[in-house]
Structures are given as C-alpha cells and as structure tokens.
Ligand binder design. Structure first.
Ligand SMILES: [Zn+2]
Length: 296
C-alpha cells in the first residue's frame, strides 16, 4: 500500500520562481507592466470564480513581490496593501485553495506567505533599525547595517499513526468541538531531526512509541508561516495509547469498518479537504471521502 500524497491542494503550484530575475530591477519593471497582479493583505485576496487580477495601471501602491513566470513568460506579482473598506469577495486560502487553478494557487500561497512574513519583520533582528523589502520581495535589508534577512518557514510534522492490523489512531484536541478527530502534529524544535520530532510528538500526545517511519508528502501552510511535513509510523503497543490530557483529550483507534460507520452516523468529523490531515486519512482509507467537511 502506497501512502504517498499526490496533488495536495496547496502544493499544486505551477509557476517558475525565476529567482535569477529578482536582482534585475529593469526586467521586473517590464514584467510588471504586462504582468498578472493581485492584491494581498493579512491572508486575504479577492476571489470569485478565479483570482482577481489587476491591470498594472490600476495597481495600488504597496510592496511588490515577484512570484515567478508562467509557461508563456508572463510575470506574476502580489501587492501587499490594505483593502478598501467594504471590499467584497475577500477569501483566505482555506476558502479558495480547493477552487483555485494550479497557477492561481501557486501565486496565492506564495503571495500570502511572503506578505505574512514581511508584515512581521519590519525591523532588523541584529540592531533594531528598520528593514525594507528588496530583490522582488525575496529578502529584507537593514537600513543601518545592511544585513539581509530571509523569509522564515516553520516546520511542523503531522503523523498518521497505524498499528500492525492497519487501524489508525486519531486524537481530539480539547479546543475542538465534539466529535472532531485528526492526526497528531507539532512543531520541529531546534536541533531536532524530523524523525525524532515525529516520535516525540506521538509519544507526548498519545503515549505510544512508533517505528517504521515513512515520509508521505508536504504542503505549505501559511497560517501564518508553516510547512506541514507528513509522516506515517507504526505502533507496536496499541493498547498503551493514552491521551496526554493537556492538548489531546481523547483518542480513538479506527479500523476501516468502524471509521466508515462513525463517519456515516455523524459520530466522527474529519478535517477539511484543504488540509494535509484529510489527505493522509484518505490515503489510508483508499480513496476520497465524500462526507460533509468538519471544520475550517
Ligand atoms: Zn540592522
């Protein structure tokens, strides 16, 4: 059974980032003049049937981020600027991520992630002076000491826990409404390998040790700055599973049959289609699950 994750909603990007153009201001200006431009601010953008593109002549003022080129060589840009009061059809990636085309989702994920980072890194971590966006938005530079600061992505692992009979273990966070269950997840700590992080998170949250760890896939999760790295592992001692009582308040082991029964009866709600957690569960299940989505 292959548990590799294909075509994740937010990992369908289809733009060439063309990093060699970031230092060429003339080329970027020319691309912008004929480019595909959208406005982004605080995780939102205008999306109706598609991403709303703005002609260069009508583009608002604000930081411009160069996102890359499509197959025809057209340049894509995000402008980070507040939307006018009353702007309609403002969506987030959670809402538009399943609807957007590959080109749109690539531009939107990149633009949202960059805007999130720029908004929170306005000053130099070395000397405290103001920084400014440079190289097409791919870096910030300090006005005082000229140091360069690069966008940060926080690594988080998420784990599909199985036993030798191919049951899966799902957990419920205290903060979730009743009947909502998902996989175990947590942030990578400094100096830690991904494998060690996977084992630690499952031991902390569910009280069991896992082995046979395999990588499943990844997708950016810019809420505000994560990447979700999916793994699966096998428990040797399934009967020892205990919720930690802090972050996780309940655990359930599911066979294919009991999982299907609980979904149908409404006794189990699972993560939305945009999430890697949903796709991990579907990979184990053996196909897409057509039940109402649980939560956003
Ligand atoms: Zn500085």
């Amino acid at each position: 059974m292959s548990l590799a994750l294909m075509n994740l909603s937010l990992a369908r990007a289809h733009l060439d980032r063309a990093a060699h153009l970031r230092s060429d201001e003339g080329a970027l200006a020319e691309l912008f003049a004929h480019g595909k431009i959208f406005q982004v601010n605080k995780g939102k953008f205008i999306f109706t049937d598609s991403l709303h593109w703005i002609p260069a002549a009508e583009a608002p003022s604000g930081d411009r981020y160069f996102l890359g080129l499509d197959d025809a060589g057209v340049g894509y840009f995000a402008i980070n600027a507040p939307f006018a009061e009353g702007t309609e059809d403002l969506l987030t990636l959670r809402e538009a991520g399943l609807l957007a085309t590959e080109i749109e989702v690539g531009a939107a994920v990149h633009g949202v992630a960059l805007a999130n980072w720029h908004d929170t890194h306005t000053h130099c971590a070395r000397c405290g002076a103001e920084t400014y966006s440079a190289l097409g938005g791919s870096v910030r530079k300090c006005r005082t000491d000229d140091s360069e600061h690069y966008p940060r992505t926080d690594s988080a692992v998420i784990v599909l826990v199985r036993d030798s009979e191919n049951r899966i273990l799902l957990g419920r966070q205290k903060v979730w409404p009743a009947k909502r269950y998902s996989n175990f997840a947590g942030f990578l700590e400094p100096g830690e390998s991904l494998e060690a992080c996977v084992k630690r998170e499952v031991l902390e949250e569910a009280g069991v040790r896992i082995d046979q760890i395999e990588y499943m896939g990844s997708q950016a999760w810019p809420f505000p700055a994560s990447i979700m790295l999916a793994f699966t592992g096998v428990v040797e001692n399934p009967d020892d599973a205990r919720a930690d009582g802090e972050e996780i308040e309940d655990l359930r082991w599911y066979s294919h049959e009991s999982f299907t029964a609980d979904l149908k009866s409404g006794e189990l709600l699972i993560p939305p289609g945009i999430s890697i957690a949903r796709r991990m569960i579907e990979a184990w299940y053996g196909g897409s699950i057509d039940f109402p989505e649980a939560w956003r």
